[in-house]
Design a binder for this molecule. Structure first.
Ligand SMILES: *Cc1c(COP(=O)(O)O)cnc(C)c1O
Length: 377
């Protein structure tokens, strides 16, 4: 698509130089022997999986994780080399595609492993261990089940991993639970050793690495912090990195007008002007994934050097802002998510009543995505 069409209405810009910066920052705290597996599920948390993955591949990353078979196929079809682990469930009927596209399937429980073992072809897998998250995985004390999986001739076990449920906040209760999960994981590894099973293992994701860097495994699975954001504002972390947000969200000003004291703006007349105001309409709405919840909570956008408050209800495709004290004309570009303090993804997510991960991964497919390399570093 022509470049001017990309910036017609509302779009996302991905700054690959910031992605590179974040990779370098994360590498600084990883032991030499630990490899980074890039988690690019959910369209790389809304950043567009293929350009992000290809760039990471250029930076030397060889291991990728997706949530679904379809994401894995899309990634492989793009020509990406390297390992692609499917973190979630793939139906037995579709396992053939795991083979066809050279993907790696996660074993979600014992029964699933047994079903896979009956198939007439060899399947590359990693075993998920449930150490206390209780989402998917085989319980850490089921050593015999795990040994059995190793004994199935057609399952090629390439790794074994678990997931921490409470690693995000470095506070006492969460630390205790995380240490319990780590203890269970370590105990399992000790037990497997007795049977001469030495898998490639991984446990930590972004916050596992930032809060429990002293635990060293073969891989870490990094999602959120690759994209230069934190899940929430004001997180209590053991290690803090200098991260730069990769994503910015923009929309055009479509009209600018004066309204008089007493006039209403938007659906349900939730906003009434107390004095004469100047307002602008932006070509973006909740169908683009910009949460309608932001109609409340004093959310702002950034426009021509100032913050402009959102007024009235955010509509499906458009929204209104107060630009009374801002010099604005039609066609100007507003930033809705970016590096300025009040519109950082963490803050916007907070005002929308959610976490950054959800805000970014739900940005809509109608938005165009432009990858750039801003500051060559
Ligand atoms: C999503 C996910 C990750 C990445 O988590 P971040 O906190 O974004 O780094 C890692 N492991 C699993 C199993 C996941 O589902």
């Amino acid at each position: 698509m022509e470049n001017d069409l990309l910036k017609n209405r509302a779009w996302i810009e991905i700054d690959l130089s910031n992605l590179k910066h974040n990779v370098e920052e994360i590498k600084k705290i990883l032991p030499k022997s630990t490899k980074m597996m890039a988690v690019v599920k959910g369209n790389a948390y809304g950043h567009e999986m293929i350009p992000i993955s290809k760039y990471l591949s250029k930076l030397g990353i060889k291991d990728f994780a997706v949530a679904t078979l379809e994401e894995g196929i899309q990634l492989r079809d793009s020509g990406l080399k390297g390992n692609i682990l499917i973190l979630g469930y793939t139906s037995i009927e579709n396992i053939q595609y795991v083979i066809k596209y050279h993907l790696i399937q996660t074993i979600v429980d014992e029964k699933y492993a047994f079903e896979l073992s009956k198939l007439p072809f060899s399947i590359p897998v990693q075993i998920k261990i449930n150490t206390g998250m209780n989402r998917i995985g085989i319980r850490d004390n089921e050593v015999d089940s795990i040994r059995k999986i190793y004994s199935y001739p057609n399952l090629e076990v390439l790794g074994l991993f678990s997931h921490l449920s409470s690693s995000e906040q470095y506070c006492k209760e969460d630390r205790e639970y995380t240490y319990l999960q780590i203890y269970r994981f370590e105990t399992l590894l000790e037990n497997l050793k007795k049977y001469s099973i030495f898998p490639a293992v991984h446990l930590q994701s972004s916050y596992g690495v930032l809060n429990y860097p002293e635990f060293v495994y073969d891989y870490v699975r990094i999602g959120m912090i690759l994209y230069g954001c934190h899940s929430e504002i004001n997180m209590n972390l053991k290690v803090s990195l200098d991260l730069k947000p990769v994503l910015s969200l923009y929309a055009r000003v479509t009209t600018v007008k004066e309204i008089e004291e007493g006039e209403f703006v938007g659906y349900d007349r939730t906003y009434q002007a107390l004095t004469n105001r100047k307002i602008a309409t932006l070509s973006i709405g909740y169908a683009d994934g910009y949460p309608r919840e932001l109609s409340k909570n004093h959310a702002v956008v950034y426009l021509n050097g100032s913050y402009a408050p959102i007024i009235g209800r955010i509509c499906m495709d458009q929204m209104m802002i107060d630009v009374t004290n801002i010099d604005v004309k039609e066609g100007d570009i507003a930033t809705l998510i970016g590096s300025m303090d009040e519109i950082r993804a963490e803050k916007v997510a907070f005002k929308a009543g959610t976490i950054t991960n959800e805000l970014l991964s739900r940005l809509g497919s109608r938005l165009k995505i432009i990858a750039i390399e801003k500051s060559k570093n």
